[in-house]
Design a protein around this ligand. Structure first.
Ligand code: UD1
Length: 422
């Protein structure tokens, strides 16, 4: 178990640079499976546990991988395997992103069903429904998805929910489909745009109108390609909130302002002070945030991946804030941990009712998942005294060198012996 200790109460100061986006890197990495005897060069890949898991998974399928700093080169042979390892899929749900490209390229794919996780049941029925509509034969046997299709057929698909993973899987599946695939009600997250860019660089015609519709014209083969992973909007916003919560003065660099509009709009409503200049956001100190109401939604709505961190910030606001989670079913497990630190959060079905308190106190708490862990770190930075956070391994899945980055901003943060970030 990995553990972090924080001595809180220090206003953060300085500049932090945003890492490449985990959620953009993973689907783009999976897209290399579409190549045959060709290579993909990817830049600005974050150094994270989840990226390592995707590397292991791609290697297990036969892809040659060379890493140098934040660059990865994928050499994809003419023949690859199409059965994803159960152990790796269990380690990371996003492993299911290999299903679409494997099926498109190999005509067959076997994927262990990813199962639930601590933020909800997270089925992949929309992925499977879309693939079936494109002509795949799908069978579920002993917890494995077996998919087969000599060649998928392009057609119009309507997603019942704008699922990020389903949109990505179907986009990759459409690359070798006969004719045009039109996916309606797609996710509009910026990570979808990053994947579309890579597919275009492979020589595929992809039209993302930014309005929840993606059109892809199938091709017979794709070519070498290269891409840069976009900045991680969730990591960037987590640092913005660290500045706000500690009454600090920090600059978060390498952001794309339109990607973090939802957070900035809500922070403005809550009375935070910040300025956006080019690709950086500077946070200025304010005494207290005001109460606000938030509902998580698919992009461009407020991201569910920032919900725990925002709730942590609102524990110190004036009045009563309401945060409704509409994307995942059980994403409030961390609230009880924040309450151990003196927060006053009541969970009513899908809504957190947060009564602002004057201060938080350090305590021993446990990260239940990646973003929950980030919320506890924010609380620890703002709290009086020492906070000890167990199960930091969840946090390392998504935040590169978080201890070092926080220390560079002046935080008093240490990892217990035996704990190492990437
Ligand atoms: C991605 C992100 C994750 C983020 C989420 C929502 C990656 C690697 N992960 O996850 O960090 O929290 O988007 O922004 O990019 N659903 C179904 N059936 C399906 C697929 C999804 O019911 O077949 C439901 C899910 O249970 C959930 C909702 O749709 O309630 C959103 O899920 P989805 O957008 O698919 O999230 P992921 O792609 O898994």
């Amino acid at each position: 178990m990995d553990v972090m200790r924080i001595s809180g109460g220090i206003p953060l100061r300085g500049t932090v640079r945003t890492q490449g986006a985990k959620n953009a890197a993973l689907p783009v990495m999976a897209a290399c499976l579409l190549l045959r005897g060709r290579r993909m060069a990817l830049d600005n890949v974050p150094n994270l546990q989840d990226v390592d898991t995707m590397v292991d998974l791609l290697r297990s399928l036969g892809v040659g991988i060379t890493r140098e700093g934040s660059g990865i080169v994928f050499d994809v042979p003419e023949t690859i395997a199409w059965e994803a390892s159960e152990q790796l899929v269990r380690r990371m749900r996003a492993s299911s992103l290999v299903l679409g490209p494997l099926l498109a390229r190999c005509g067959s794919a076997v994927l262990p069903l990813p199962g639930g996780c601590s933020i909800g049941s997270r089925p992949i029925d929309l992925h499977l429904k879309g693939l079936t509509q494109m002509g795949a034969k799908i069978e579920i046997k002993n917890g494995f998805v077996h998919a087969q299709a000599d060649r998928l057929r392009g057609r119009r698909i309507y997603l019942d929910f704008p699922s990020v993973g389903a949109t990505e899987n179907l986009m990759m599946a459409a690359v070798f489909a006969r004719g045009e695939t039109i996916i309606e009600n797609t996710a509009r997250e910026p990570e979808i745009g990053n994947l579309a860019e890579v597919l275009r660089d492979m020589g595929v015609q992809v039209d993302t109108e930014g309005t929840g519709c993606v059109r892809i014209r199938g091709v017979d083969d794709v070519r070498d390609c290269s891409a840069r992973v976009i900045p991680d909007r969730i990591e960037a916003c987590t640092y913005v909130l660290a500045g706000v919560m500690t009454g600090g003065e920090i600059t978060v660099e390498d952001i794309i302002p339109e990607h973090i509009d939802a957070l900035l709009a809500k922070l403005e409503e809550a009375g935070a002070s910040f300025s956006v200049k080019g690709n950086a956001v500077a946070v200025h100190p304010v005494k207290k945030l005001r109460q606000i109401s938030i509902r998580t939604l698919p992009f461009p709505g407020f991201p569910t991946d920032l919900q725990p961190q925002m709730v942590a910030a609102l524990t110190l606001s004036n009045g009563v804030s309401m945060v409704e989670e509409s994307v995942f079913q059980s994403r409030f497990l961390y609230a009880a941990e924040l309450n151990r630190m003196g927060a006053n959060i009541e969970i009513r079905k899908d809504t957190a009712v947060i009564r602002g308190v004057d201060g938080l106190d350090g305590a021993s708490v446990r990260a239940t998942d990646l973003r929950a862990g980030a919320a506890l770190i924010l609380a620890g930075l703002a709290a009086k005294g020492e906070t000890r956070i167990e199960h930091m391994e969840h946090v390392f899945r998504g935040y590169e060198s978080i201890d070092r980055k926080l220390r560079a901003l002046g935080a008093d943060v240490a990892l217990e012996a035996g704990t190492e970030t990437k």
